[in-house]
Design a protein around this ligand. Structure first.
Ligand SMILES: [Zn+2]
Length: 123
């Protein structure tokens, strides 16, 4: 098994786990939304309603973060498929294995972590 295979296997597991989490978060979110419908739409004057509104926004944030994470994992698996996984997107050097171990979705070497935002300048 190569290092890439090893990281790819981890990413696959992480994708399954993240996907399951997203499904259960969405279910919770639906539950909260349903509860807020039940409790009458008068959020402003109903203390119960504002708690539900808060929970709903918290849950929404969690869902967004989890979805972003899933997108990152998908993109990393895509790079495994393309054969570009483990190579810095900015300078093209191999990303050290220790970094991929800590962060399997890493797209750049340590030097270019902050530079990802302006990678558009490349080419
Ligand atoms: Zn680099």
């Amino acid at each position: 098994m190569t290092d890439t295979d090893h990281h790819a296997a981890r990413l696959q597991r992480e994708r399954t786990r993240t996907f399951d989490l997203l499904v259960s978060l969405s279910r919770d979110f639906d539950g909260i939304v349903a509860a807020s419908v039940d409790s009458n739409a008068d959020d402003e004057h109903d203390p119960e309603g504002s708690t539900i509104a808060f929970e709903r926004s918290q849950a929404g944030t969690m869902i967004e973060q989890t979805r972003d994470r899933l997108v990152e994992i998908e993109a990393a698996l895509e790079r495994v498929h393309d054969g570009t996984y483990g190579t810095c997107e900015v300078c093209g050097v191999p990303i050290p294995d220790g970094r991929l171990e800590a962060r399997p979705t890493a797209r750049t070497c340590v030097l270019h972590v902050a530079g990802v935002a302006d990678q558009g300048r490349r080419t």
